[in-house]
Design a protein around this ligand. Structure first.
Ligand code: ADP
Length: 272
């Protein structure tokens, strides 16, 4: 708590009292600490792939590799690391846009049943590759929410990709899309590696990963869940994650059910 004070004077200039100002600076300090940690994290995350790229490139430039297969392996590492950096920079820009509410969203009614079908088609290859079994019973109704279709699609992709990534080959994934009174819930359940209970409260933090090496190996940035949560909350929804180490994870996203009243974001914002 910071206190500052000044005398309060009458028109004639006589001191009549005191104005005391008490400011809560703990919140300010907390934000400052978070900002510093974020910058440190970003620098570290960008430096790691750069170090790898640099050392592999230098080795190749020395000309000491005469095995073409080895050369290919080196090039693949360099390429993968460059891809990860690109993804990282793209996600950082997205977070910054979310923070400053500068997303170029086009809110409209979004049919979640159709969007689920699309995501399932897009993830067909990794699903096949890991030989996961997916069970999904689409709802009879289309289930419409209101928001930016691309942003919502990205959230589902992030959550679904995590279930695929963090479940060993031949896993079982269950999807549920259901109406709950005024909301729509989307549940993705896997029987993968799960998350230890002590890490669970932190997985939505930027850059937080249970196993850095494993996430990195899979091309992860540690930003997927934090971006997902921010997008969903901006749409008036919520995300909850339940998990047991070694058993699996269930993530539930809820979005408001569209009742057909909204017209466009511009009009909604213009109202007092
Ligand atoms: P990443 O790019 O590392 O996947 P995310 O923000 O998407 O980053 O997730 C953060 C961390 O939460 C992951 O590194 C992983 O440790 C854990 N996690 C997320 N989803 C799952 C899941 N379905 N099963 C197990 N762990 C998960």
């Amino acid at each position: 708590l910071r206190a500052s004070y000044a005398p309060y004077r009458s028109e004639a200039g006589e001191a009549e009292g005191m104005v005391l100002l008490l400011q809560d600076i703990t919140e300010h300090e907390k934000l400052e600490k978070m900002r510093k940690e974020f910058v440190a994290n970003v620098s570290h995350e960008l430096k790691t792939p750069l170090t790898t790229i640099k050392s592999y490139t230098e080795t190749m430039l020395e000309g000491s590799i005469d095995d073409p297969a080895m050369e290919q392996r080196f090039l693949k590492v360099i390429n993968d690391e460059a891809d990860r950096m690109t993804r990282l920079v793209r996600e950082l820009l997205q977070l910054s846009n979310l923070d400053y509410q500068q997303m170029k969203w086009e809110p409209q009614p979004v049919n979640l049943r159709a969007l689920m079908e699309k995501v399932l088609r897009n993830l067909d290859q990794p699903l096949q590759q890991k030989q996961h079994q997916v069970t999904y019973d689409p709802p009879e109704q289309p289930l419409i929410t209101f928001g930016d279709q691309d942003a919502i699609e990205q959230v589902i992709l992030n959550l679904f990709s995590n279930a695929i990534k963090y479940t060993p080959d031949g896993g079982n994934l269950h999807l549920y899309l259901e109406r709950e009174q005024a909301a729509i819930s989307l549940t993705i359940q896997d029987n993968g590696i799960g998350i230890p209970s002590q890490d669970l409260p932190r997985v939505f933090e930027r850059f937080y990963r249970v196993d850095k090496a494993r996430s990195r190996e899979m091309g992860g940035t540690g930003l997927g869940l934090s971006i997902a949560r921010q997008i969903v909350e901006a749409h008036g929804g919520s995300i909850h994650l339940y998990s047991r180490e070694g058993k699996g994870t269930r993530v539930v996203m809820r979005l408001p059910l569209y009742s057909g009243e909204e017209t466009s974001e511009k009009e909604a914002v213009a109202q007092p």
